[in-house]
Ligand binder design. Sequence first.
Ligand SMILES: [Fe+2]
Ligand SMILES: [Fe+2]
Length: 183
Amino acid sequence: MTILTELHQDHVNLNKLLLMLQQQVDKLRKGEQPSFSLMGDVVEYIASYADGFHHPREDKLYEALAQRSHGLDEKLQACREEHDALKIASTHLSDAIDGVLHDAVMPMAEFADLLEEFVTLQVRHLNYEEGELFPLIAAQVSDEELAVLSQQLPMPSDPLFSEKRAHEYNDLYRELIEELNRS
Ligand SMILES: [Fe+2]
Ligand SMILES: [Fe+2]
């Protein structure tokens, strides 16, 4: 599996969870009460996986792909900046969910706006990488070079990047999907 395929699979998984969060936004807009603890788990998973695992892996790849062409550099830089913005949005939303779970008063319309903004930012970022950046990488970087980069990317000394950690995330993802399907 090349690194682009692996990142693409992450996008597919993240997108499913984001779709489910968007359904919670729709519920809130209709005045229905979603499960805040389940929503909290989903947001925590997305934040932890995207900010702690997926984006740092992409950042390493993007670093390795720098200075090939002006067009590619611009898109790589845009994505790196979005990673920073997404991290801030995740923290903001997690804090708000924590507040609601601990009985803080927050108008539901305001909460729905915050949640929708988070979903929109995340989805826009996924679509940008899938629709703009990855096709450019595929056009400018050979499969052979990507294969070499895939080998170089894992950093076993960092527990965040270990294979065990990746499996744990996979298990957690499956559990969340099952729980969401039941709710
Ligand atoms: Fe990204
Ligand atoms: Fe990504």
